[in-house]
Design a protein around this ligand. Sequence first.
Ligand code: 3PG
Length: 320
Amino acid sequence: MSEKVYETIENLGVVPVVSINDADRSEGLAQALIEGGIPCVEITFRTAAAEESIRRINKAFPDMLIGAGTVLTIEQCEAAIKAGASFIVSPGLDPEIVKWCQAHDVPVIPGVCTASEVQKAVSLGLEVLKFFPAEASGGVRMVNDLCGPFPKVKFMCTGGINLLNLADYAASTKVISVGGSWMAKTDMIEKQQWKEITALCQQSLCSVQGFKFIHFGINTPCFDDACDAASKFWVFGMKPDVRSASTFMDSSIEIMHSMFKGKCGHVGFFCFDVERSLSYLSSRGFTVDSDSIKLDEKGRIKVAYLKQEIAGFAIHLVRA
Ligand code: 3PG
């Protein structure tokens, strides 16, 4: 149960944290998040409508991953799970809540922000923790420092995160997701600003990938033609770097020495986490060409091509 929940959260990379005052808004909110590509929500027990909102979202969208947030008591754990929540998040580390969740096979992500709290959580058998309040507690630098003594721990970071700083966190291999209220603030939910919420989810989901253009690859039929093209790009001041299968011009153009992938060539993008980006791209109609996958020394995907081309260009992702 826990593994599946953590995997879903990590593949998404973004978790909206919401406080709903009126449970009548819950289906509209869930629909807006799903349309924004995020079938996951953490509903905080900061309002009286939390339990009813979880129940209604679970009924209307049974495939949505619902977490209960700001859980402070065992009674809230019971109510949240009964209503359909699949995981429990608390702002701090309460061993009683952790033990209750473990005894009931419920994934629990307690909040921590110091080495002592991480150590306590690890001694309770946990490896996924909430780093909260993230920005006020030292940001991603603190996350990476905490992972020195606790290399197995990974964090869901929340507190002061927004569209401007989320990529700093998402770039860390120690961060399974970023979360926060910026995608669906309480007043936006009250005003039923579903389109705006959907757009913020889409933007956040794209930003969390850390996509960055690397190079264009141009196909040529043979080495001689590649050299001819290289000499012409040289005129524009680009320096050639001849390798076995291609010649790079200033690293931004790769002239292939053969008709390689893509009708016209290929485009390369860096991303923070290829597995996560493939999951994101699959929800946008792209599929991975599994024969193209290359792994790094840790067994993670280093390079992968997509099956679909864009305007005659194959697309590949590279772990940054
Ligand atoms: C949480 O409970 O995770 C935080 O309140 C979210 O913090 P934010 O409102 O700063 O995003």
